[in-house]
Design a protein around this ligand. Structure first.
Ligand code: TYD
Length: 205
């Protein structure tokens, strides 16, 4: 059976990262070879770009181009070769994050995002995207509790994150087959059960 490309999305504080590891382990339990990766990042160059993107103030279009540059490298070095070998790729954020953060949060023209998307990966899309959604206040509270220092995106004001959330939900409404919305303000156990059902129905049958 062919490998699948699964992406995780959601506003900062939605708690998706803890589910990435769990899902990869679960899939390994089903006999799959699974790569866990993330964006921006996922390759040595991508991780260096991530450091800049998360800390260095820059023009919105520079930010967007660097996100897509890291993505191009990620697809070439890791994602496409793994899928070609029939392996699975579980990726913490992908292009929907560019539509949500650079498009929704920062107001970049969607047409520019579409141009970059077509250029960088017109030929490939995630098989499934899990969008972790929850009320903004709950996400903000979770971020406020973290002890590490906050990155450039986490430091943005509530209205920025509100626009990011709306843009994500809009993406989900326009891509109902690929994007599944997960209510993230539930117990870990409930969320895992939902994930198991979604993956079984969408990717394993
Ligand atoms: P995130 O995935 O939340 O990592 P962590 O869980 O370690 O904080 O951090 C990545 C940040 O990058 C996140 O705030 C969203 C942002 N981002 C964009 O703005 N555009 C993109 O295209 C991607 C992939 C991420």
């Amino acid at each position: 059976m062919k490998g699948k490309f699964i992406t995780f999305e959601g506003i900062d504080g939605a708690g998706k990262s803890s589910h990435v590891e769990w899902l990869a382990d679960w899939l390994r339990g089903q006999g799959k070879i699974v790569h866990i990766t993330r964006e921006p990042g996922g390759t040595p160059l991508g991780e260096r770009l991530r450091q800049l993107l998360l800390s260095e103030p820059m023009h919105l279009e520079t930010e967007t181009l660097l996100m897509f540059a890291a993505r191009r490298e990620h697809l070439a070095q890791l994602i496409e070769p793994a899928l070609a070998r029939g392996e699975w790729v579980v990726c913490d954020r992908f292009t929907d994050a560019s539509y949500a953060y650079q498009g929704g949060g920062r107001g970049l023209d969607r047409a520019k995002l579409l141009t970059l998307e077509n250029w960088v990966h017109g030929h490939i899309q995630p098989d499934l995207t899990l969008l972790f959604d929850l009320p903004l206040e709950v996400a903000r509270e979770r971020i406020a509790l973290t002890e590490r220092s906050l990155d450039r995106f986490e430091q943005e004001k509530a209205d920025f994150h509100h626009r990011v959330r709306l843009a994500y939900l809009e993406r989900a409404a326009t891509h109902p087959g690929r994007i599944q919305v997960i209510q993230a303000d539930r117990s870990l156990e409930d969320i895992r059960k939902t994930l198991e059902e979604i993956i079984t129905t969408n990717c394993l049958k």
